[in-house]
Design a protein around this ligand. Sequence first.
Ligand SMILES: [Zn+2]
Length: 126
Amino acid sequence: MTIIKCVRHGELEYAWIDGYWFGDTLLEDMLFRVIPDKLHDGEYMVTIDPEFDDDYWDGLNKDKWLREAKDTVPDIDLLICPKCGDNYDVENPYYQEPTKPPIELKSMSWNDVLNSLLKKTDDKYG
Ligand SMILES: [Zn+2]
């Protein structure tokens, strides 16, 4: 069974993520709960923390943001313990390390090519 665990408080019923992760300044400081699904291992639910489930949402598409929140969970390696507060000190069991495409090397050499081209132009007209 997947467990969300704080180094200080042990097993947690849920951990928080900050809305900033997926909603930028629109949802900054708004906390969402990541709740392990006890029936389906490896699954989790995301809900708006009741404290933040207020009028603010009247003009917003709640379902859309909850979906965004759920999709974002695997991108975050650390979650917030509701007992510790602010610090991201809960290891996210749903974190999926991004697979790095080999594009980094490619773009570096492309930069090199550009730089050398620019340099050549400079040499010519400089
Ligand atoms: Zn804690």
